[in-house]
Design a protein around this ligand. Structure first.
Ligand code: NAD
Length: 483
């Protein structure tokens, strides 16, 4: 990299970063450090919004709601498209910043995430939630209207910090709400930049971004002037959000943790699907809510399958996501790194068979967990039961498909799952029995603005995307008229 490029990048990364409140870029009295997970070094300082600044952002959003909600869909569409255009101009910088703070590879992780976010805004901008006629006679008419809720609070995690924020921003705004976003304290920078860019395009108060610690999230969930919390994060935090929002009866969408199973059926063309399964599990360094967290493979091919999976894994390069040859980055933060180490300790202490990886190079800076493959751990093992959120893949053997289905469902989680087999009809029959919000058959992780996404059981409440998701940013209002 040339010196000029390095200096330019340093300027992009160093900041300064601002809160976006009431249409203005605002400094905070305090700041906190944001680390580059590839080096373990401080990347930049982010502003820590005070409780008063959060109040200010919510008050401005409440004021802005009055005019934003009365604009028509078409005008809001124009604004959202202008926002997408403005983001497009900073696309490369945003992608580099995302890699620097999150760790994901630039070409295969950060650039697609920024592109998908911008495209998501444009696609949602064209969507509508129209009034429905429920009943009509000569003398009587019943209409179902879908007015916006008011001010939405968005609380987001660190694994896909940008796209997960935009999954909330775009549907909230097109349906007429205003929004205040609180990004994860581990990855606030790219969301703060998204906020800064919005201030040049959207009316003041329509979209604000406040960064800070978890306590800012608690303040949001209890805030009387937020009508809804749209939360993505862990199940443990989601339960706290439910408790804290009870007093103000907020609307809630919760996208939480998962322990997705992939079932490879005996007739699967398993050799050809190794890359899909590998990236389904290890993409984003395994830090994916709908990542494959357990792979169930039939006894007849298990041994060969593990060997082929390991071979594929060996072809990958782990390192700093800004290096164009790198396909797997670090895990995102030290807390996660330490948590994953306890999982590896548990695997070793229980004598589970490690087919690949397992050893962390403690001298290497950054938070690198090598791709690790566990060969047929017992069903009760932590690595099978828990959400690892790391590039560690348990490949579990099964004899009987019924048994595999039972094991896949025997979890408090119910986010996603996948089934793989040559006989599509048989694979779909298995898929239909998985107790999850999404199930993919012979494909994985296909998503889209019109494809509902959400978890069953303790993985979620409500849905994102699709008509169902957009409706959750509105109230149902029944208007009954005697003609
Ligand atoms: P987390 O729950 O620790 O944090 C998520 C957000 O909640 C952060 O912004 C955090 O500051 C905030 N927060 C923390 N405590 C809070 C509180 N008491 N009240 C309000 N807000 C609070 O989650 P994480 O570690 O950032 O993200 C990883 C988790 O997110 C994993 O479990 C993953 O499966 C899940 N996730 C789910 C989806 C999905 O769509 N279902 C998508 C991505 C990630």
């Amino acid at each position: 990299m040339s010196t000029a490029t390095t200096e330019k990048l340093a300027r992009i990364f160093d900041g300064p970063y601002y809160l976006s409140i009431a249409g203005k870029l605002v400094e905070a009295k305090y700041s906190f450090d944001v680390f580059n997970p590839a080096t373990g070094e401080i990347l930049a300082k982010a502003p820590a919004a005070s409780p008063a600044q959060l109040d200010e952002a919510i008050a401005a959003a409440k004021t802005a709601f009055k005019s934003w909600s009365t604009l028509g869909y078409d005008e809001r569409e124009t604004y959202l498209n202008a926002y997408a255009d403005a983001l497009e101009k900073s696309r490369d910088e945003l992608a580099r910043l995302l890699t620097a703070e999150q760790g994901k590879p630039l070409k295969t992780g950060a650039e697609p995430e920024i592109d998908q976010s911008i495209s998501y805004i444009r696609q949602i901008a064209a969507r509508r939630v129209p009034i429905e006629i429920v009943e009509e006679t000569d003398t009587h008419c019943v209409e179902l209207h879908h007015p916006p809720l008011g001010v939405v609070g968005a609380i987001t995690p660190w694994n896909f910090p940008v796209v997960l924020a935009l999954w909330k921003v775009a549907p909230a705004l097109i349906t007429g709400n205003t929004i205040v976003i609180k990004p994860s304290p581990f990855t606030p920078l790219s969301t703060l930049r998204f906020g800064e860019i919005a201030q040049g395009v959207l009316p003041p108060g329509v979209l604000s971004v406040v960064s800070g610690g978890n306590e800012l999230g608690t303040q949001m969930t209890a805030h009387p002037d937020l009508a809804k919390i749209s939360f993505t994060g862990s199940t443990a935090t989601g339960k706290e959000v439910i408790r804290s929002t009870a007093d103000t009866v907020k609307r809630l969408t919760l996208e939480m943790g998962g322990n997705d199973a992939a079932i490879v059926l005996p007739d699967a063309d398993w050799k050809s699907i190794i890359p899909q399964l590998f990236w389904g599990a290890v993409g984003n360094s395994g830090q994916w809510c709908v990542g494959i967290k357990r792979l169930y493979v039939h006894r007849s091919v298990h041994e060969e399958f593990v060997a082929a999976f390991v071979d594929y894994a060996k072809q990958q390069k782990m390192g700093d996501g800004l290096d164009p040859d790198v396909t797997i980055g670090p895990v995102q933060n030290k807390m996660q790194f330490e948590k994953v180490k306890t999982l590896l300790d548990d695997i070793k202490a229980n004598g589970q068979k490690i087919a690949l990886g397992g050893e962390i190079d403690e001298r290497r800076p950054g938070y690198f967990i090598p791709v690790t493959v566990i060969d047929n751990p017992p069903e009760a093992a932590r690595i099978v039961q828990e959400e690892q959120f790391a590039p560690i893949v348990p490949i579990v053997m099964y004899d009987d498909v019924e048994d595999a289905i039972g094991r896949a469902n025997d979890t408090p989680f119910g986010l996603g799952g996948s089934v793989w087999g040559r006989d599509t009809r048989a694979a779909v029959a298995v898929a239909n029995r998985l107790e999850t919000g999404m199930v993919w058959v012979n494909e994985i992780h296909t998503q889209g603005v019109d494809i509902p996404f959400g978890g069953h059981k303790q993985s979620g409440l409500g849905t994102e995307h699709g008509r169902e998701g957009r409706l959750l940013f509105t109230n149902a209002k029944t208007v009954l008229v005697h003609k």
